[in-house]
Structure formats: C-alpha cells, structure tokens
Design a binder for this molecule. Sequence first.
Ligand SMILES: [Zn+2]
Length: 142
Amino acid sequence: MRRRLRRDVRNTREYYEALRAEMEASLGHPNLTESQREDRVAKIRDLPLEMERKIEDLEQKYQVRVTISAGAAVRLLVDVVQVMVDLRYRRAARSLSLIWNPVTRRLDPLRCEQCGQTTTRIHPTGRDSEIRLLCHPCSQKR
Ligand SMILES: [Zn+2]
C-alpha cells in the first residue's frame, strides 16, 4: 500500500511538473493574446495547490480503516466449588461465599465493597458491627 501510494504521489508530481513546463513553454507562443497569457500565468500559479489537493486525495484513498466488532463469545458451563467463609471480627460477623474456578484454577476475584473494583486481594475492615471487604487502596483510606 505504502509503495503504491509513493508511486502514485511520484507520478502525480511528475505529471504536474511536466504540465508546468509545457504551459510555461506555451507562454512564448507568438499568437497568444494578452488575456490568454494572463490566464495561463494564473493557471501555472495555481498548479502547486492543485497538485497538493490531488496528493491529499491519494493519501485518503490509500488509508486503511479497519472496524472490528466482537463476533462470538465462549460460554463454559463447569461445576465450581463454592466455599463458605465466616468472618468474625470483635462483635462483627458476616459470611462470605468464594468460588473456586476450575478453568482458571483459582478463586474468582471479589469486588471491593467501596469502589467496586475487582480485586484478588481483599482487606476485611471491621467497624462497629459490620465487616466490609475492601481493596488495598480503599482499606488505606480509612
Ligand atoms: Zn476499593
């Protein structure tokens, strides 16, 4: 693609260079009226801008745009082990259910009960009669 673009840009530059040379040579033609001459001079002056526009068009033409969308998802139905854990801290107590995931071969991560982020390291924080499960940053903010 890059190579073809470079080739087309080079050809375009060569084309405009040849056109300019031809038009400049025609200015010396003896039968040319003054208005025709001015007209050609103006056209020669506009050639670089016209060439730049053509090159921009080429660059647009060679741009590759890829749109990717999800086509399929895999859903695995497997037996899991549910581990019930009782947490006690002073007068506070709560139970917690952990899932052992045989696909990943580890406990599924939990969600921080303050910020909602998934975390593999939970910090139980006891306050009054409740225990909250927090991620490390949230547990440091208390
Ligand atoms: Zn958190």
